[in-house]
Write a protein that binds this ligand. Sequence first.
Ligand SMILES: C[S@@+](CC[C@H](N)C(=O)[O-])C[C@H]1O[C@@H](n2cnc3c(N)ncnc32)[C@H](O)[C@@H]1O
Length: 295
Amino acid sequence: MITKADYETLRKILLENSGHALGVDKEYLVDRRLGPVATSLGLENVAQLVNLLRISADRRIIKLVCAAMTTNESLFFRDHRPFQLLRNQLLPELMERRRDTRRIRIWSAAASTGQEAYSIAITVAEMPRLADWTVEIVGTDYSPEVVERAKQGIFNHFEVQRGLPVTHLVKYFRQVDEGFQINDRLRQSVTFREGNLLEDFQHLGPFDLVFCRNVLIYFGPDGRRDVLNRLSRVLTDDGYLFLGSSETALGLTERFSSIPGMATTLFQKTAAAHARTPRADAAKEPRAGLSIRAS
Ligand SMILES: C[S@@+](CC[C@H](N)C(=O)[O-])C[C@H]1O[C@@H](n2cnc3c(N)ncnc32)[C@H](O)[C@@H]1O
């Protein structure tokens, strides 16, 4: 086990570099996740790794450490409801509102190994009316390793059994040695890249839909507020933000309001946030016509 002082050093490094607010009693997690990092660097234990961080502040090692501490759990069509809403209400309404540009942009902001972004891509592919539209899907994640995996689009037997309907597996994947790979068309419809939510992401936007799910749960209140406020600036004024099922923007920022009765964590920008959107082309359009039905 590492000492209290080493633990505090790591907590500070994580908070500053990836936003993670590590609880006060997660020493076991640190040992389990950083042990292999220490070994890979030729060190004997996590205490030596912390010492190295204290004296060198090497960006590469900090990245390795923070990425190793992330939880990358993901699955296809996670929570179902967001994807039903996407297909039945949000995309049809956006099609109506974007009929001049025929362009929709969607961001999976903590994409992990890609299941969320590919679930969006499959949802889009299942809507023939979108066939001649430009639907851009961007997936970003802090961890370079999961971004590489997402780009490959290869999932093992266990992963494809988690949330992916068999009909979609047959239709959109092909068998490869390691499991199943999503077909080239869908793989090319998503752009994956590294992206730290703590850093400026303004240049990626604007987006009509942002999925930022199951990541802010690891942040402290200040980090959550900061990310949410900056997300409000890349979201079009009539866009939507999905958070994870145990996450909320309420009580953290006045820039988002929830849509009650949705059985999912869906948010829209408040009027207070509109003026702060620098590039929202939709801001010029009337908001009438958006009629989300509560379930
Ligand atoms: C639990 S996964 C969620 C994946 C997906 N959004 C879902 O709901 O299934 C959380 C992801 O957030 C990423 N992450 C953690 N901190 C981040 C940060 N500061 N910036 C971007 N991504 C981050 C992790 O690398 C991890 O892949």
